[in-house]
Ligand binder design. Structure first.
Ligand code: ADP
Ligand code: MG
Length: 401
């Protein structure tokens, strides 16, 4: 893989750097700046080398047109604070504002261009459209540095096509993320446990397929629990359920048994009368969710206290743990206990702990844990999962000679 660390002579060069600055926002307030912080070392290095630095990223999921709430301007401001030097912001991505900002960049100067996804070419299914958008970005620079680990599993214009149009190199964040993930795939110290949760159920179920042969234990929480419970024949009320995935999960359960992998499911669930901070709550056995006072309208929004304790014990007994996906709707305090218990156990375990995923990383910080309490907090959820699955990631492949 071509690496920035092996590249000399950046002085005066125009360098476009693809970062993943997709941070959670509450209005214009950044609720977790972890991804910006993680991008700083490479940007700072480019600045110190005298490069003219053009930072590009997406934020949220705008659909190919500008939407004020997804502007990268607050991110540019935060980046400036973290760098301790001015950062310019261009109000478009490849238009006249961007061109003007790039042209006036001085050695060691930094500009953040507006959200890539305000342009339909960024995520277009048409290779021609992606390439056309990428060529406009390529005009701005001499060199491309790819450092947005969170997006390397996506074949998108700024990740894939741009890297083909310019001499391209992996930045320090990508190097660091790969070092950690390779440690998990090559020879993890055992017992090796993976904890999965979150809400992107069908996305994440596929991971299980590939993880089963490599892990010792699989702990399941979050939204995907209910598809497992349904596969065991239990009713799950109005909880998140992917009916069409039930046969897939049934097969996983059978294969896990064959392989001697223990799938640990919650035994109790925090069932809510509705989605919201003012919901009524009942702790119910996982196999009797509809037995809660809310009947079939009950919503499972967290693993219960007994499950949280059990999950924590399993984590403390492991030597390697990878965790992706909150155990419940941690954004609401009533439903944050499962996630808190898992995070706490990861900080206390005697071994190597890795947290991956945008919301999972945000969760541990919002719940008051420090990055340094974990072995590693990955900036990529989907990307780290696909890496662990052994898939080839287009944004990394394109950086290979
Ligand atoms: P990550 O970004 O870490 O990969 P996801 O994006 O898959 O994680 O999922 C994060 C979201 O999952 C959180 O916003 C959380 O509220 C939600 N979630 C967790 N458990 C449940 C549940 N039981 N029902 C609905 N949503 C859930
Ligand atoms: Mg997420």
């Amino acid at each position: 893989m071509r690496k920035l660390s092996e590249l000399a002579h950046l002085d005066g060069k125009r360098v476009v750097i693809r970062c993943d600055l997709n941070v959670p926002l509450d209005g214009t307030r950044i609720t977790d700046d972890g991804r910006i912080v993680a991008s700083v070392p490479t940007i700072k290095y480019l600045v110190d080398q005298g490069a003219k630095v053009i930072v590009i990223s997406h934020l949220g999921r705008p659909e190919g047109a500008p939407e004020a709430k997804y502007s990268l301007e607050p991110v540019a401001n935060r980046l400036s604070e973290l760098l301790g030097s001015p950062v310019a912001f261009a109000g478009d991505t490849v238009g006249s504002a961007a061109r003007a900002a790039v042209t006036t960049l001085e050695r060691g100067g930094v500009v953040v261009l507006e959200n890539l996804r305000f342009n339909p070419g960024e995520t277009s299914k048409s290779e021609d459209e992606r390439r056309e958008f990428a060529s406009k970005l390529a005009e701005f620079a001499d060199i491309m540095v790819s450092d947005g680990f969170g997006v390397v599993h996506r074949k998108q214009a700024s990740v894939y096509e741009l890297a083909q149009l310019l001499p391209s190199y992996a930045g320090f964040l990508i190097e660091k993320e790969l070092e950690v993930l390779e440690r998990l795939t090559k020879s993890p110290e055992r017992p090796y446990a993976v904890v999965l949760g979150g809400s992107k159920v069908s996305d994440k179920l596929g991971v299980i397929d590939h993880l089963l042969p490599t892990v010792n234990k699989l702990l399941i929480g979050g939204g995907m629990v209910f598809t497992f419970l349904a596969a065991l024949g239990h009713k799950v009320g109005s909880s998140l359920l992917e009916v069409d995935q039930i046969p897939v999960v049934t097969e996983y359960l059978a294969r896990a048994k064959q392989l001697g992998v223990e799938i640990v499911l919650p035994t109790d669930i925090v069932v809510a009368s509705k989605f919201g901070a003012d919901a009524e709550v009942s702790i119910t056995a996982a196999d009797a969710i509809e037995g809660s006072p809310f009947g079939a309208s009950g919503l499972g929004l967290d693993i219960g206290p007994q499950s949280a304790e059990n999950f924590a014990r399993e984590i403390l007994g492991a030597k390697t743990v990878f965790w992706n996906g909150p155990m419940g709707v941690f954004e609401i305090d009533k439903f944050a206990n499962g996630t808190r218990a898992v995070a706490k156990a990861l900080t206390e375990m005697n071994g190597f702990s890795v947290v991956g995923g945008g919301d999972s990383a945000a969760a541990v910080r919002v719940l008051g844990f420090e990055d340094s309490q974990f072995g590693h907090i990955s900036t990529g959820g989907g990307a780290s999962l696909e890496f662990l699955e052994g898939k080839k990631l287009p944004g990394l492949e394109v950086l290979n000679d």
